[in-house]
Design a protein around this ligand. Sequence first.
Ligand code: PLP
Length: 403
Amino acid sequence: MPAINDPTNSTAPAAVPFIDLVAQYQNIKGEVRAAVDQVFETQHFILGEEVDQLEAEIADYCDARFAIGCASGTDALVLSLLGLGIGPGDEVITSPFTFFATAGAIHRVGARPKFVDIDPVTYNLDPQQVEDAIDENTKAIMPVHIFGQCADMETLWRLSVRNNIPLIEDACQAIGAEYRGRRAGVLGTVGCFSFFPTKNLGGAGDGGMITTDDAELATRLKRLRVHGDVGGYNHVEVGFNSRLDSLQAAILRVKLRHLEDWSEGRRQNARRYSELFRSMNLLSSIDPPVTAADQRHVFNQYTLRIRGGMRDSVMEYMRREGVGCAVYYPIPLHMQKCFDYLGYSPADFPESSRAADEVLSLPIFSELTDEQLVRVATVLGEAASSATALKFPAGGVAQRNAA
Ligand SMILES: *Cc1c(COP(=O)(O)O)cnc(C)c1O
């Protein structure tokens, strides 16, 4: 019998990658190559027809009046803040449990990120804490639709209207997500999207998009992305260069045609995981993601919580077994060195800190086979039981003395 660790052991189960963009590409290769060739034939590489078309298609997809392409999701956030006139002296309320760019964009325009804690079930901003945090310096609320499920947008929208401050959706992980039948991107004043390759709609490089129903804001965003130029080298304000490439737009237009299928694949995989975890009796040690009844989750990440301080050992076990998994995000933003100046202390956002210690994301891309899903669930089950077995019993000396 071959040794367990022998890599030539042909009976070892195949590794499951965390994400497999090659599998996706193989299915759409012909379409992508044709779109790329088309752009090369025109030799038109910046903005232009392809970008105009993509903007129209994204606006249609999100049911927004306007969509404005830009160079990245980060730039979509920065442009939105600038377009809304937010800058030095202003505060923007957001979540500390998100990708860095959310708060980075607020800092970048000279404003101050003001963090409030998250809901422990959805990992999205807790609206009650947002309400408590609003004061005269608050100039916007920036919820993040984390992992692909919308924040509690009706409550946040009421706060935004009542206080007359804009609501900026960081929808970078949530294209196609729905909240009470309406799509991410039209649930606030502006919506910001990313086409980073691992997002649900990913380009062949960086790219971003902003959606809004506000005509005046759309006009301003369009000029801010080209140095404030309104045409003919007339610069009415100073913007920057944040244009979307024609090549990216052409590729994204191809992929947009498949987005609904891919998102449905992710949702089906999520349902299958839940089924497997239930049948394997794993629900005493893990909390799978919860989708609220009025939401359509698009699962940019399938993120569960591993209870009992076992997350890191579970992750190591799974990786040793060749099952991809990742932690989004291990350090809440109020604990990032560059935000020391904001003066937060570690204990300020206990749910964000607990999430950072307990979450684990599993492979969820739509091309996963059932065999792979079963393998991931099986290895997670093994990992959880081996982590429990290895865990040093709680209590120790103090408990024995008390007994
Ligand atoms: C990906 C992401 C961004 C940034 O998008 P880029 O295109 O990488 O600049 C911002 N916010 C969130 C929540 C993201 O996931």
